[in-house]
Design a binder for this molecule. Structure first.
Ligand code: CO
Length: 208
């Protein structure tokens, strides 16, 4: 790709926005009030805003390899904290996707260098759900299920933080586990029962 094309695209985009509303950027600069925090994968094919059909200002977005929220990752935890404490979002979404390279890498026995600690957190998900995953003989099905279970575990990681606990208990913030099907474009709600999960988790992890 010609990198100069990006700037040409940008100028065209500004024109389009201004032709629909001359005050578009003036309004945008006034501040943000997103109602949703979206944590998704960095994969170039999984374009958060585009697949959700949302506009600038509507969703606070964090993306990393395999939509992770590891206990020691200041980046995702800071995004989460800022979103629930200051932006006061109403919804927290973790969105995985089928054919995720990060998940695939965690299924391969290989030394990935600097990526090892990140992949380790994904491998830990496999470890937790080892019994269920090992029962799946079809490799493609196993891969898909691993993607889904990783979404579930990252939601659990979110529930383990005091900021999320406060937001869920005091402000009724809702947590959603989604998967985007790269083969069809469909966004799927995994309908994870967070209410039951929260109660179980809180027995051990209640902080606030
Ligand atoms: Co991915």
């Amino acid at each position: 790709m010609d990198i100069q094309q990006i700037f040409a695209n940008n100028r065209k985009w500004i024109e389009t926005k201004l032709s629909a509303d001359v005050d578009y950027f003036k309004k945008l600069a006034e501040g943000q009030n997103p109602r949703i925090l979206y944590i998704g994968c960095s994969d170039s094919r999984v374009t958060a805003e585009e697949l959700m059909g949302v506009q600038p200002g509507e969703v606070f977005v964090h993306r990393n390899i395999a939509n992770m929220v590891p206990a020691n990752d200041l980046n995702s935890l800071s995004v989460l904290s800022y979103a629930v404490t200051y932006l006061k979002v109403d919804h927290i979404v973790v969105c995985g996707h089928y054919n995720c390279g990060g998940i695939k890498s965690a299924m391969i026995q290989q030394d990935f260098g600097i990526l090892n600690p990140w992949l380790r957190a994904i491998r830990d998900v496999y470890h937790i759900h080892h019994d269920e995953l090992e029962l799946i003989t079809d490799e493609e099905q196993k891969y898909r299920r691993f993607v889904e279970l990783n979404v579930q575990e990252q939601c659990i990681n979110i529930i383990k933080t005091p900021d999320a606990q406060r937001a869920i208990v005091k402000r009724n913030v809702t947590l959603h586990g989604w998967v985007w099907d790269i083969h069809t474009g469909e966004l799927i709600d995994l309908k994870i029962d967070f209410h039951t999960m929260l109660q179980k988790i809180m027995e051990i992890y209640r902080i606030v």
